[in-house]
Design a binder for this molecule. Structure first.
Ligand code: CA
Ligand code: CA
Length: 176
């Protein structure tokens, strides 16, 4: 069955490429504890071998569109960075949309960085890709947390619905 053997070899090569591209990966879940679509359900964190690029993938229990995070609203997702693992926030990234395009602006420690694009691969999925070895993304392991905030004129979120993930403390982004 040479056809099947060739297929198996291709699969093995693909698996090797995936493993080497993402040598370090971590994940965590957050409870279903907040009304509205921005109730955070969990995150996964992957580092690439090529310069320590970090992929932050945040998932929510509900679906939402980039318009929900429009600049003119106060609905936001925040990414909190503790890059020296002392339990205190060093940088904060603010995710919002302008004309339907999601971006994240990162500030902290007296520094501001140009906004970078944030991705929305599915209705319940936010992805932020951080270039390697930058002040908010050191090659060593660091800590991350997320906050979401939604305010609506009607429904459960007339006073802001807020979620933090994890509820207390931090999740670990593995070293590159
Ligand atoms: Ca939650
Ligand atoms: Ca810190």
């Amino acid at each position: 069955m040479p056809g099947i053997r060739r297929f198996a070899v291709v699969l093995l090569v693909l698996a090797a490429v995936v493993v080497s591209a993402f040598p370090a990966q971590a994940g965590a879940i957050d409870p279903n504890d907040t009304p509205g679509p921005l109730d955070i359900s969990g995150g996964t964190f992957s580092r690439s071998v090529s310069g320590g690029i970090t992929y932050l993938d945040l998932h929510t229990y509900g679906n939402w569109t980039p318009a929900l995070l429009a600049h003119h609203t106060r609905n936001r997702i925040f990414v909190l960075f503790d890059v020296d693992n002392d339990g205190a926030q060093d940088f904060r990234g603010t995710v919002q949309s302008f004309g339907g395009r999601l971006s994240i602006s990162i500030h902290g420690l007296g520094q501001s960085f140009d906004p970078i694009r944030a991705r929305h691969p599915a209705g319940n999925w936010l992805q932020v890709i951080l270039s390697g070895d930058s002040p908010p993304n050191p090659l060593s392991s660091w800590q991350v947390a997320f906050r979401s905030q939604r305010i609506s004129a009607t429904g459960a979120c007339t006073s802001p619905c807020r979620d933090r993930a994890p509820d207390m403390g931090w999740w670990t982004v593995p070293a590159a």
